[in-house]
Design a protein around this ligand. Structure first.
Ligand SMILES: Cc1cc2nc3c(=O)[nH]c(=O)nc-3n(C[C@H](O)[C@H](O)[C@H](O)COP(=O)(O)OP(=O)(O)OC[C@H]3O[C@@H](n4cnc5c(N)ncnc54)[C@H](O)[C@@H]3O)c2cc1C
Length: 406
């Protein structure tokens, strides 16, 4: 028979950055929280690495932002470029100095954020992270949730009041509540090739999106083991039939880098990976006592760095509302407002803008490209028009929009 433990409070499935952020925001309100992570330790994840100003504002009260700033790279300038023409627009985020205490993007590998939050969680006696604990069953009624987990080959049943599924794009929780993951998958995969060759010496900002009708590129520099950091370049893979191993072969990665960076015969490439890219949003984010957040609820292409940031915004919004419900200051229907606010802005902002960014980079019509580039040049060169653009691309406007939704 399975061992049974009752944990009042909240079970969070997934010790990714979103689950951990939700956990710290709940624990900080005195709410008992148990995080389940199927892997034996934190994932050494090279996916997200860009944090927008509102995300830093939200994590600051927990002391997380201060440590992120110590470990990360501040990026006040970022560029839109053309692969042949060079810089089209350079955005200076300092025009937002009156709007946010963090007028820059922060580059930091997402596994480092996860580590910072896990260390923080360890300071709360009522917060627990269980590693090697895979959620494998969910039952619920009006009084609570029963989560079955498998740990060290043993089955354990945990009961709690609420369960947050922050268990990533392939979410068990999402499948368990039987909701659809609506949207589509792009035909092309993306390759991420990392090199320690310093692109800054060629005038690249630490973050640049490089348009090209044949092969666009997005680059961003993450701290890795210290300066010059690791430059991560994202490329689309045009040939849908080419096997992953071939795309990631030394010959291909070197050729791809050389095509874009014609300065060396060989680049040191410590990491390369390939992944499928989706634009999807779960139809339901709440079924009674089970809620979704982060990639479990929505996935998008990485152009604009909205995925993890949006997930962290979910986590903070949900933890605040769940706190009110937990303390009986608000009716459970408040949780549906979480869904309305975050699901709507994910569709209106994250999905729409990540798709638009990709379309802009890959535009093949020369007249459309030229017009778009002219608009960007004009917007970036005047602080008055740069400000609304940056408030949009930094996700400030999406949060203002969410706050308006009742
Ligand atoms: C190449 C790339 C670049 C990206 N760049 C950016 C960027 O710059 N900025 C940005 O905002 N976003 C970016 N993203 C998106 C970002 O990586 C994701 O949005 C982010 O990882 C989502 O965090 P999460 O905590 O929701 O899910 P995850 O990080 O996927 O974490 C989910 C966790 O749940 C665990 N888990 C899964 N199933 C179970 C189970 N049954 N039981 C218990 N635990 C389980 C997993 O092991 C994992 O640890 C990028 C993505 C890619 C692929």
């Amino acid at each position: 028979m399975a061992a049974h433990q009752h944990n009042p409070g909240v079970i969070v499935a997934g010790a990714g950055p979103v689950g951990l952020a939700a956990a710290v925001a709940l624990a900080d309100q005195g709410i008992p929280v148990t995080v389940l992570e199927s892997e034996p330790q934190l994932q050494h994840d090279l996916r997200a690495g860009t944090f927008h100003p509102p995300t830093m504002e939200m994590l600051a009260p927990y002391g997380v932002t201060a440590t992120m700033l110590e470990q990360g790279i501040k990026v006040p300038l970022w560029q839109v470029r053309d692969r042949k023409e060079g810089v089209i627009a350079e955005w200076d985020m300092s025009v937002m100095s009156d709007i946010t205490p963090y007028p820059f993007r922060l580059h930091l590998e997402q596994h480092k954020l996860a580590r910072i939050i896990v260390d923080k969680l360890a300071t709360y006696p009522h917060a627990k992270v269980m590693f090697g604990a895979a959620l494998s069953g969910i039952e619920q009624d009006d009084t609570g949730v029963r989560a079955t987990i498998t740990q060290n080959g043993e089955e354990i049943v945990l009961t709690a009041d609420w369960l947050i599924g922050a268990d990533g794009g392939r979410s068990f929780t999402r499948k368990a509540i039987g909701t659809e993951f609506e949207g589509f998958t792009w035909p092309e995969r993306f390759a991420v090739i990392s090199t320690d060759y310093d692109l800054a010496q060629h005038g690249y900002a630490m973050n640049a999106y490089i348009a090209d009708p044949t092969e666009w590129v997005a680059v961003f520099c993450v701290p890795h083991n210290g300066p010059p950091g690791l430059w991560r370049a994202v490329f689309p893979i045009a040939n849908a039939d080419q096997p992953d191993e071939e795309v990631l072969s030394d010959k291909e990665t070197q050729a791809r880098l050389r095509g874009f960076m014609p300065w060396q015969d060989r680049y040191h490439v410590p990491y390369s990976s390939i992944y499928r890219v989706h634009q999807r949003v779960a139809k339901d984010w709440r079924v009674n006592r089970v809620l979704l957040a982060g990639d479990a609820a929505h996935v998008n292409n990485p152009l604009g760095a909205f995925g993890l940031n949006g997930g962290l915004h979910d986590a903070m919004n949900l933890a605040e509302k769940l706190g009110q419900v937990w303390r009986k200051e608000a009716d459970v229907s408040l949780l549906d407002r979480y869904v309305r606010q975050r699901r709507t802005t994910n569709i209106e902002f994250v999905q729409a803008n990540s798709i638009r960014n990709k379309r802009m980079l890959e535009e093949t019509d020369p007249a459309v490209r030229a017009q778009r580039f002219d608009e960007l040049r004009a917007q970036a060169s005047d602080p008055k028009s740069a400000l609304p653009f940056l408030m949009q691309s930094s996700m400030i406007m999406s949060l203002r929009r969410a706050a308006e939704i009742e």
